[in-house]
Design a binder for this molecule. Structure first.
Ligand code: PLP
Length: 488
């Protein structure tokens, strides 16, 4: 072979190939967005308000640097895709910096009332009313008369209408309601409680300690498993202010057990002129027995004649965090004299959401319009269809298996212990379950599931149709990322 000019030696051959490669690489690297470009994308815009600009900048730089490296390592992306991936990664890094920054999450834990996840999600109407109330509102004014009225008069009326009680009061939560009632009506006097009902609700709420804090004296009667009406009667003295029944909301007793019904306690109370307080907690309004769920209802307690019934706003009532007291006007109105009432009072946003929730209960459409009740009574086959749709849309790397399986959802939040709510979920096997749950938590919105026998399980009973797209997207991303990380 003859050469015109230089005969290319191995060195220059190599140089040429390298030059071409460098040119290709430079071309590829040009697809990387500038920091400013990433910062300008809409999905990052909102983040700046809660996390410092410096942190946003650092996360953006890190994400761009990571993708620069991936391109140098030979991965190919289109300009649009790389921007999208960098934005996603920046968001993920940001949410990992401050895992406490309050944000919407996808609850696939299988627990409907998850206290760590804010218990009941609010109805659309409640959200709308809260937004309206963010402005100036007549929270303590009657617009017809121009006079001051009780804070939350509207909610009070609705609660009376709904429960059949003469009067109602709203405070911060059911714990506050209990302390307020005990302090206002029984400070320095005795309240009789069965030994089988001295509960701990969680988060430091233990009934004997609640009594100490209120100044009322706890008078225990009966035994852990059996208490009779005559136990209450024998304990009554001139120091007795009330009898209190506490709903065992987070555990159940079986076997050799006995305790009087509320009606028996009410009859005793009437006979001896002693008030009966019913701490229901869960706040179930509708009879849910046709769904296999048995829980005492607020209406049942009021009808049985309890002088005061206490329950949470954010458990089965399906509304905002609140403590609701309904009962006889004589006793409920007395609560307004307590300085604790002022300390425990709720804000206008809570009242707005509570009013809307009560209206929905009154409308007859609660099982449809209150997200909590809709999800609780959702047909298992409907959950299965959602699981199958998500499953079909997922793209998973080789070696990882995703299957649709049946499971049991829990009511949670100290309601209906042991209730069996049949549901369906996705089981993801073949990868590090700890790592995958962590990656899922760092998505936006975060996806929360549980680990079961080395697999990640996502119960979709509490996932709405509106969250489906995000779930598919984030689950796909997290699976791929976790898989890559293990491979690295
Ligand atoms: C949940 C519960 C409480 C506490 O209610 P919060 O609204 O969380 O303060 C009190 N008593 C009973 C019986 C409960 O179930």
């Amino acid at each position: 072979m003859t050469y015109i000019g230089h005969k290319p030696d191995r060195f220059s051959e190599l140089l040429m190939t390298t030059t071409v490669l460098v040119m290709i690489m430079e071309n590829e690297l040009k697809k990387l967005p500038s920091i400013d470009e990433v910062l300008r994308t809409a999905s990052l815009a909102g983040q700046g308000a809660v996390i410092s600009r410096q942190q946003v900048l650092e996360c953006t730089r890190q994400a761009v640097a990571e993708y620069r490296q991936r391109i140098i390592d030979g991965e190919l992306f289109s300009k649009q895709l790389v921007l999208q991936k960098i934005v996603t990664r920046t968001n993920q890094l940001l949410s990992c910096i401050d895992g406490c920054h309050q944000q919407q999450v996808i609850n696939a834990t299988g627990v409907l009332l998850h206290t760590n996840l804010g218990r009941a999600p609010l109805a659309e109407l409640a959200v709308q009313r809260m937004a309206e109330s963010a402005s100036y509102v007549n929270v303590e004014m009657n617009l017809t008369t121009g006079q001051r009225n009780y804070r939350g008069e509207h909610a009070r009326k609705l609660l009376c209408q709904l429960t059949g009680a003469d009067d109602a009061a709203v405070v911060n939560n059911c714990a506050a309601a209990t302390i307020l009632v005990l302090q206002a009506l029984a400070a320095g006097r005795e309240v009789i409680v069965s030994r089988g009902q001295l509960v701990e609700i969680g988060g430091g709420y233990r009934l004997p300690e609640v009594f100490s804090a209120s100044g009322a004296l706890l008078k225990e009667v009966g035994t852990t498993n059996r208490t009779y009406v005559h136990d209450y009667e024998r304990a009554m003295t001139e120091k007795t202010a009330a009898v209190m029944r506490v709903h065992r909301s987070n555990f159940s007793q079986a076997g050799f057990v006995a305790e009087p019904g509320l009606d028996e306690l009410v009859a005793l109370g009437r006979r001896r002129n002693i008030r009966v307080i019913d701490d229901l907690g869960s706040g179930c309004i509708h009879d849910l027995s046709r769904f296999g769920l048995s829980e005492p209802t607020v209406l049942g307690s009021v009808a049985a004649g309890a002088d005061m019934v206490l329950f949470s706003g954010d458990k089965l009532f399906g509304g905002p965090q609140a403590g609701i007291i309904v009962g006889r006007h004589e006793w409920v109105s007395a609560l307004h004299q307590s300085p604790m009432m002022r300390a425990f009072r709720v804000d206008k946003l809570t009242l707005a959401a509570l009013g809307a929730t009560a209206e929905i209960h009154l409308s007859g459409n609660a099982l449809q319009d209150l997200p909590l009740l809709r999800m609780l009574t959702r047909d298992a086959n409907d959950v299965r269809s959602l699981c199958e749709a998500v499953h079909q849309q997922l793209t998973v790397p080789e070696g990882i298996s995703v299957s649709v399986e049946t499971c049991i959802s829990e009511v949670g939040g100290g309601s209906m212990p042991g209730a069996q709510v049949r549901s369906f979920g996705l089981r993801i096997k073949g990868m590090d379950a700890e790592l995958l749950t962590k990656r899922l938590r760092c998505c936006i919105p975060a996806v929360l599931g549980r680990i079961q026998a080395d697999a990640v399980f996502l119960d979709l009973r509490t996932v709405g149709d509106l969250q489906r797209k995000d779930l598919v997207k984030n689950l796909s991303i997290a699976i791929v990322q976790s898989n890559d990380e293990v491979g690295d």
